[in-house]
Design a protein around this ligand. Structure first.
Ligand SMILES: Nc1ncnc2c1ncn2[C@@H]1O[C@H](COP(=O)(O)OP(=O)(O)OP(=O)(O)O)[C@@H](O)[C@H]1O
Length: 279
């Protein structure tokens, strides 16, 4: 379990990044952390992994206070940064260097995941492309079997087939006692993967809802003409018509469209929050 209670955070004298943030994240879920550039997604992950300390408020991650950075905490909470560095040498040298810190590391799983990405076991990661290095780092993160995985922009630099494999191995690798948080602004990449949406905007977590809660309240429909759908809150031109977002007044089931939802939240924040009854 992760519990944040009235967290405030700023970098030294700079203006506030996170304000009065209260959040509870439960095991067995994949959380998508969305928000514009510079809104504070990485900062939040730093706080959860104990790399930055909140100015006020309480932060508890699987029973630990992250800023104490106890050994048991570091073995169970893994932050995968956007920028990946590998020392020179083959993969097995890297594993020999880093896996002693992680007793849960499963090397069979690691090599199986590498094979999914079609990466040979004898490569030298430092000599590979950014996308390939990222793939190895994702395999390493999953094979740690940590209780909390914080993945910062993991799909950056991945090509389309690699993004598909990423979705497959994350969805298949989630353990019941594990929390996975993935930050991105490539919103489409997370569709069909996450089951809970978090959106940061203006120092606040303005959306904290499961996909089921969202589709209970919001309908996502295509229409040839905007007049065909009553009470449209937000729409975008689509092939031969419009993709629309409206209040789900009839309890219909429609397929969640992450990109449309994210754009609607940014463009029509108050209307979307009001449909979701967010105060
Ligand atoms: N080391 C730092 N010192 C001072 N300010 C910083 C530092 N790192 C980030 N910031 C500022 O904190 C704010 C939040 O940055 P953060 O990297 O958390 O955003 P983000 O949502 O992850 O952005 P992006 O989507 O572009 O990766 C930004 O305004 C940024 O300029």
């Amino acid at each position: 379990m992760i519990n944040l209670n009235h967290i405030n955070f700023r970098y030294s004298s700079k203006e506030s990044v996170l304000e009065d943030l209260t959040l509870s994240l439960a095991p067995g879920h994949i959380y998508g952390l969305l928000g514009r550039n510079g809104v504070g997604k990485t900062s939040l992950m730093y706080i959860l992994s104990g790399l930055r300390f909140p100015n006020d408020g309480q932060c508890s991650v699987i029973g630990f206070t992250p800023q104490q950075r106890k050994v048991d905490f570091l073995q169970q909470v893994y932050f995968l940064p956007d920028e990946i560095y590998f020392p020179p040498g083959a993969i097995d040298k890297y594993l020999a260097l880093y896996t002693p810190f992680y007793p849960g590391f499963n090397s069979v799983m690691f090599y199986d995941l590498l094979a999914e990405f079609d990466i040979r076991a004898d490569v030298h990661p430092a000599k590979l492309s950014l996308g390939q290095r990222k793939q190895i780092a994702i395999c390493f993160a999953l094979a740690l079997r940590a209780k909390v995985l914080l993945l910062d922009e993991p799909t950056n630099a991945l090509d389309i087939p690699a993004k598909k494999i990423f979705r497959k191995i994350i969805a298949g690798g989630l353990q019941e006692d594990q929390i996975i948080m993935i930050s991105t602004h490539q919103v489409k990449d997370l569709e069909s993967l996450i089951d809970h949406v978090l959106i940061l905007d203006g120092q606040k977590m303005i959306i904290d809802r499961s996909i089921d809660e969202l589709t209970n309240r919001i309908a996502f429909k295509y229409a040839a003409d905007l007049e065909d759908i009553p009470n449209v809150i937000y729409s975008e031109r689509a092939l031969r018509g419009y993709a629309t977002l409206s209040a789900n007044l009839k309890g219909e089931y429609t397929k969640f469209d992450m990109e449309l939802f994210f754009n609607a939240v940014l463009d029509q924040k108050q209307k979307v929050l009001s449909v979701l009854e967010v105060k």
